[in-house]
Design a protein around this ligand. Structure first.
Ligand code: ZN
Length: 293
């Protein structure tokens, strides 16, 4: 059993990322598994300087202990390129030079953004720069999420051929996350339900690369009263180490674990050891989001 927490260093840890860290940690540690931390820092322009080390420091202050070295996606491009070559050899990849505007003009809305209409599937692109897209097919992707239940998605009609490497040379999250989870031997992925709709794309890549699909559990995300996910953009409350015990107790309550009211008086490490013993994934609400105020 190997779990992981994979934050993007685009700002300090907020309540939403604490939930993902806590749930993935407890699911792994409750089963005597390992818990890895990976920095998803592929998108350098979006990265905030110092955020990665700030996140790691906050995790420590909250009592988390990770196994092994923290890995950084920005240092792993060779692995992503190898995977892309492997897919190219199977004739699954084509080059696309459509501009954002061209796609917006011809595409219809899908489950997670616009459905690329496949314009470049049959054209020969020889000049740089171009994006690399993977061809999808009509076979539905079906998986059983431990919290959200049975999920079915048709990539061809709901997503379309999607980008694995952008024209600016950046590898897409969808490819990097699959390669890293496989390389790190991750067996159980616990993360926010905002990523549920992209999971079938990742399963599709796993299938094409002939690598195993891990178990998935997508926890509800914390949202504001307007239904927006709490994030830096929606002014999520910043969590701070001074109130770590209070934030951990709030997160445990959010995750349905019914922490006793006196738990808050303990240190973060003591709270985590209580939570490790009492953790029950089944108690998490089977919802994609929960209002948190
Ligand atoms: Zn195109």
């Amino acid at each position: 059993m190997i779990g992981r927490f994979a934050p993007s260093p685009t700002g300090p840890l907020h309540f939403g990322s604490l939930l993902a860290a806590l749930a993935s940690y407890l699911e792994a540690k409750n089963k005597q598994g390992q818990w890895l931390v990976r920095m998803e820092d592929l998108d350098k322009p979006r990265e905030v300087k110092g955020a990665a080390s700030h996140i790691l420091k906050t995790l420590e202050q909250f009592g988390f202990e990770w196994d092994g070295e923290v890995i950084y996606q920005s240092q792993r491009s060779d692995l992503y390129q190898d995977a892309l070559f492997q897919l190219e050899k199977q004739s699954l990849i084509y080059r696309c030079q459509c501009s954002r505007k061209e796609i917006a003009d011809s595409a219809i809305q899908g489950i997670d953004g616009l459905i690329y209409p496949g314009t470049c599937r049959h054209t020969k692109v020889t000049q740089m720069p171009y994006a690399s897209r993977i061809k999808v097919n009509d076979i539905p992707i079906i998986f059983n999420d431990a919290i959200q239940g049975l999920i079915t998605q048709h990539l061809a009609t709901q997503v379309g051929d999607f980008v694995l490497k952008r024209a600016d040379g950046l590898f897409a999250y969808q490819l990097a996350v699959v390669v890293d989870d496989f390389q790190q031997g991750v067996t159980d992925i616990v993360r926010g339900a905002d990523l549920l709709d992209s999971t079938p794309r990742q399963i599709y890549i796993q299938q094409q690369l002939d690598i195993p699909t891990p178990h998935y559990a997508h926890i509800p995300v914390a949202s504001n009263a307007a239904g927006e996910k709490l994030s830096k953009q929606t002014l999520a409350p910043a969590i701070n180490a001074k109130d770590a015990s209070a934030w951990l107790t709030k997160a445990l309550a959010f995750l349905g674990q019914n922490p006793p009211s006196e738990l808050i008086k303990n240190t973060p490490s003591e709270i985590l050891s209580w939570a490790k013993q009492h953790w029950q994934l089944e108690k998490i609400a089977k919802q994609r989001s929960i209002i948190f105020e």
